[in-house]
Design a protein around this ligand. Structure first.
Ligand code: SF4
Length: 426
């Protein structure tokens, strides 16, 4: 088991002080070195993905936070937290680096964290150590007097950015032109939009306005059932893999799941293919989960006969098919915690979470399927320097990096989120 954190492992590899490989030794630099470099996301698993025009950009971080040692930053974070007391709640996503997680009041997936924030009505500030769409969801669900703060505005999500509101609206217009809007004899409308939680507030609002719904990786099957009761077919965005893996497990044939490529007329499909479709999949993916392969699983089975392979449903279909199980981050966490006998787990999800599970469960052997240390580059942008900065500004009475969803968008996004909660209570 590796006792060093992911950040420490990357630092050792970058200095040639350790064996092993990282996809991006540059991650050893502070994120401020590459925050302002368009057009890609910088080093890490989503380095090849393009940052959309209009994405928030992080301003300069004061030098004192860039040059401070980790020990000094941790001390400053602890001091600011103590001063702010109940006025502050810090949320940390499972994929955050250990150096951030140690300061979080809650650790969880995006929706667990957004709902956790709701319990703290006394907190004026909710500091969300995650990525942009998560902070938006927390803002939608929190009270108007609470400020949601994203420590580094450059912490986007490359998957969420693969479906922008204009492209989805253009797709919807084309589908509506083909299908019309009239329900069938069973009262089912031609198409229901379903967005994964990993999407902008604008797309959640689009679903709210158009009879659609939000899903998470924990409840995608329940949400698709909800949608099929009300619609003849589903438009699923932005993650093609979650959509395909979930619908396939429900018995939808692959040939009835066309891929929609937004730069092509009719998404690159014929009218007849779209008429036959049950699930139209947006051409989005997570660059972190795309790294997992069938060969890695085969190697794990050679190295550890009897290994239990669990992957996230954002992985491509052949990887999910080759694994023993697939499930959300929370499913993976519960599977490890629930194993009563010492077990070897090979896990296909973000390396920070896998390594933390390994550290917390020395009774098991737990490793990441991908031997290359390659964290999510956008999650990794939340560095203790940024956390110390936003907290010390709060102590000084200044809110920086506040994420605000406008009232109209928030109202309709809430409609889609509430449909999800009604379909499957949290
Ligand atoms: S792990 Fe994938 S889906 Fe999650 S924030 Fe990173 S790029 Fe987005």
């Amino acid at each position: 088991m590796n006792k060093a954190s992911v950040s420490e492992r990357i630092a050792l590899i970058a200095r040639n002080s350790s064996e092993g490989a990282t996809c991006a030794p540059e991650l050893n630099d502070g994120p401020w070195v590459f925050d302002a470099q368009p057009p890609a996301y910088g080093p890490g698993a989503s380095m090849g993905d393009v940052i959309p025009v209009g994405t928030p950009r992080q301003g300069a971080l004061p030098d004192e936070y860039k040059s401070a040692s980790n020990d000094e930053l941790h001390e400053r974070i602890r001091a600011a937290k103590a001063t702010l007391g109940e006025r502050l709640v810090i949320l940390g996503h499972f994929y955050q680096r250990d150096e951030i997680v140690q300061h979080a009041d809650y650790l969880g997936d995006s929706f667990q964290l957004a709902t956790a924030a709701k319990k703290h009505t006394e907190a004026e500030a909710i500091v969300f150590c995650g990525v942009h769409f998560m902070a938006e969801t927390a803002d939608i669900l929190s009270a108007p007097n609470q400020s949601v703060i994203l420590p580094n505005l450059a912490a986007g999500c490359s998957m969420a950015d693969m479906a922008d509101a204009d492209s989805v609206e253009a797709c919807w217009e084309q589908l509506t032109a083909i299908y019309g809007t009239e329900p069938d004899a069973d009262g089912r409308v031609p198409v229901i939009p379903v967005t994964y939680m990993n999407s902008s507030a604008a797309l959640k609002a689009f679903c709210g306005r158009n009879g659609g719904i939000v899903c998470t990786s924990s409840n995608a099957a329940v949400v698709l059932e909800w949608a099929f009761e009300r619609g003849q077919r589903v438009l699923f965005f932005p993650d093609q893999h979650l959509g395909r893996n979930t619908a396939k497990a429900m018995g939808v044939p692959l040939e009835q799941m066309p891929l929609w490529m937004s730069h092509k007329p009719l998404g690159g499909n014929t009218e007849s293919e779209l008429h036959d479709a049950r699930v139209i999949l947006w051409n989005g993916f997570c660059s972190v989960h795309k790294r997992f392969t069938v060969d890695q699983i085969a190697q794990a089975r050679v190295d550890y006969p009897g290994v239990r392979v669990i992957v996230h449903p954002e992985c491509p279909m052949p990887v999910v098919d080759a694994a023993d199980e697939s499930g959300s981050t929370d499913y993976i966490r519960r599977a490890v915690e629930g194993a009563t006998e010492p077990t070897v787990f090979a896990i296909g999800t973000e390396v920070n979470m896998v390594q933390r599970l390994a550290a917390d469960h020395p009774e098991h052997t737990i490793f990441c399927l991908d031997p290359v240390v390659c964290p999510c580059s956008t999650m990794y942008r939340i560095h203790p320097g940024y956390l110390a900065w936003v907290l010390e500004r709060l102590v000084a009475g200044e809110v920086v990096n506040r994420i605000i969803v406008d009232d109209d968008t928030a109202e309709y996004a809430r409609v889609a989120l509430e449909r999800m909660l009604a379909a499957k209570p949290a």
